[in-house]
Design a protein around this ligand. Structure first.
Ligand code: NAD
Ligand code: UD1
Length: 338
């Protein structure tokens, strides 16, 4: 029996593949490589010494997906495949609704046809919107998303909740990630954004490696200890561990469950910049600029449910994440093109 990993060539997917293989799971990866390279799977094989099928497949291609489910004995799906750039989703909403929601519907259709009723889904803290004060917990009402990307996560959560409510044989695990950062400790896989990074950590590391001149810190007049935005940065390896335990739980418990995956600690932009400098010894010049529209002051998780139910807790800190990001970035300044 194997676990199908959609989007398994991407940043979080490839790291999770390593942890699944190390936990003794068999995996099958499908990806359309719209935001990744097959080279990440090669690196996963190198790291683990284990082989697995990597199939170029768009999850909206039901015929091809059907072949994958026919060829392999799939027992569950970890569903990472999706588009994730917030700004782009505002200018191309239809692409986001089609790829993320349309793709998920097609995937579920094929899963259902093959009697596979267990899915772990990559959701996001963005579903908490702007209406709650941190720490966010799973009991808080989701909604009020501010961009199409966030709305796709909200809708997909709802679709999966409805499916689990309609058919008691389904297991659905909705994992709400906070801010994933870091890379595999080997420096062989990590985040490789196309073009100018939108997110803080890849921007910091590209400044450090000399690809960008300086970081713009988006606002220092928030109601936070140093005025800069506060987020819950979780090491991608901890996030990957979270998927392994969430998968085991979903394989044994029916119904829909939601888990925050974060650290429970808020870290400001300037704290992360200083942690990077301290951890790597490399300078990161920065300038304070205006706030980025749509940003909230503070976001961090209440992670008590994941700890209680899954027995999972983040083990790595931001210094580990900075060191690991730097190892990946300096060895591969152009990501998988190097
Ligand atoms: P990523 O872009 O590195 O990985 C997504 C992968 O899905 C890529 O390899 C891409 O090629 C593939 N893909 C996209 N559309 C596809 C399709 N139609 N068919 C097949 N493959 C397709 O992104 P990531 O950071 O690894 O994120 C993984 C998941 O986690 C995404 O769903 C993302 O929205 C979610 N998420 C990410 C973050 C984050 O900060 N990185 C935060 C919260 C949630
Ligand atoms: C962003 C998305 C969110 C998505 C998440 C994925 C927006 C508005 N939100 O969250 O929907 O789920 O990524 O990880 O895009 N910052 C700078 N300079 C930069 C980049 C960021 O100061 O060049 C600041 C931001 O203002 C914020 C913090 O760094 O305070 C983190 O930003 P980012 O990494 O983009 O993540 P989020 O805004 O939390």
């Amino acid at each position: 029996m194997a676990v199908l990993v959609t989007g398994g060539a991407g940043y979080i997917g490839s790291q999770t593949c390593v942890h699944l293989l190390e936990a003794g799971k068999e995996i099958v990866v499908v990806d359309n490589f719209s935001n990744s390279s097959p080279k990440s799977a090669k690196a996963v094989r190198e790291i683990t010494g284990k082989d697995f099928p990597l199939i170029e497949c768009d999850i909206r291609d039901t015929e091809k997906l059907d072949e994958v489910f026919t060829q392999y004995d799939i027992e569950a799906v970890i569903h990472f495949a999706g588009l994730k750039a917030v700004g782009e989703s505002v200018s191309k909403p239809l692409e986001y609704y089609d790829n993320n929601i349309g793709g998920t519907l097609k995937l579920i259709e094929v899963m259902k046809k093959h009697g596979v009723k267990c899915i772990v889904f990559s959701s996001s803290a963005t579903v908490y919107g702007e209406r709650h004060l941190a720490p966010f917990n799973e009991e808080m009402e989701a909604g009020g998303t501010t961009n199409p990307y966030g709305t796709t996560k909200l809708f997909i959560e709802q679709i999966l909740k409805d499916i689990a409510a309609a058919d008691s044989e389904w297991s659905v695990s909705l994992l709400r990630y906070f801010n994933p950062i870091g890379a595999h400790i080997s420096g062989k896989i990590g985040e490789a954004p196309n073009g100018i990074p939108n997110n803080l950590m890849p921007y910091i590391s590209q400044v450090a490696v000399g690809k960008r001149e300086k970081l713009s810190v988006f606002g220092n007049d928030y109601d936070t200890p140093d005025g800069t935005g506060v987020r819950d940065y979780i090491h991608v390896a901890d996030l990957a561990d979270g998927h392994v335990v969430a998968l085991d739980r979903a394989l044994s418990v029916k119904g829909c469950e939601i888990f925050n995956l974060g650290t429970g600690k808020g870290v400001s932009v300037l704290q992360l910049v200083h942690a990077f400098i301290e951890a790597t010894g490399v300078d990161v010049p920065y300038v304070i600029t205006a706030r980025r529209p749509g940003d909230i002051a503070t976001s961090y998780a209440d992670c008590s449910k994941a700890e209680k139910v899954l027995g999972w807790k983040a083990k790595r800190d931001i210094f580990d994440a900075c060191r690991d990001t730097w190892r990946w970035q300096k060895n591969n300044p152009n990501g998988f093109d190097d």
